[in-house]
Design a protein around this ligand. Structure first.
Ligand SMILES: C[S@@+](CC[C@H](N)C(=O)[O-])C[C@H]1O[C@@H](n2cnc3c(N)ncnc32)[C@H](O)[C@@H]1O
Length: 151
């Protein structure tokens, strides 16, 4: 499983948190970073998209993180994950930069996933996504990491 993400993360707390969850995911969620694009907002998105599309493998099933995507709850994401893995063992999640994802990425994606209606900084989306993938795997495994009980 790969995460293709715009932005160079350095070694800050977001990276530390991302790695904490990424290494729990089986197989590990590996990170590929792309530099922020330059130019007008449209040029930025197109340049970032060109780099990401060139790095995607033809047999990868692409899940674009996008505000307009599906908004499952965590058990719903677990079901989606199982379905995506039936399509391809190679999943590639994509997170855009400050301008969001270009239409070319959304067209390449087999699925669009939203983490809710709020816009999050792209560096925070990385650990949030990694934790939810890990949680989804725990749900599919029947592990008590996810406590479904509510009042
Ligand atoms: C700062 S946001 C970009 C905002 C941009 N104006 C847009 O509308 O897409 C950077 C990236 O983080 C991800 N992101 C931010 N909030 C998200 C959310 N609620 N759900 C899914 N992805 C999100 C997306 O991949 C987005 O391209």
């Amino acid at each position: 499983m790969r995460l293709l993400a715009v932005g160079k993360g350095g070694s800050g707390p977001e990276r530390e948190l991302f790695e904490r969850y990424a290494k729990r995911i089986k197989p590990t969620l590996s990170l590929v970073e792309f530099p922020d694009g330059v130019g007008s907002p449209a040029e930025i998105k197109r340049r970032e998209a060109d780099a990401i599309l060139a790095a995607l493998k033809p047999d990868e099933f692409v899940i674009a993180l996008d505000l307009d995507g599906a908004t499952p709850d965590s058990p719903g994401l677990a079901r989606l994950l199982a379905g995506w893995l039936e399509r391809s063992k190679k999943l590639a999640f994509v997170i855009g930069g400050a301008e969001g994802l270009d239409a070319a990425i959304l067209a390449r994606a087999g699925a669009k996933l939203s983490l809710g209606k709020l816009t999050w900084p792209h560096m925070l989306v990385r650990p949030m996504l990694a934790e939810q993938i890990y949680r989804a795997q725990m749900i599919l495994a029947g592990h008590p990491y996810h406590r479904a009980g509510r009042p």
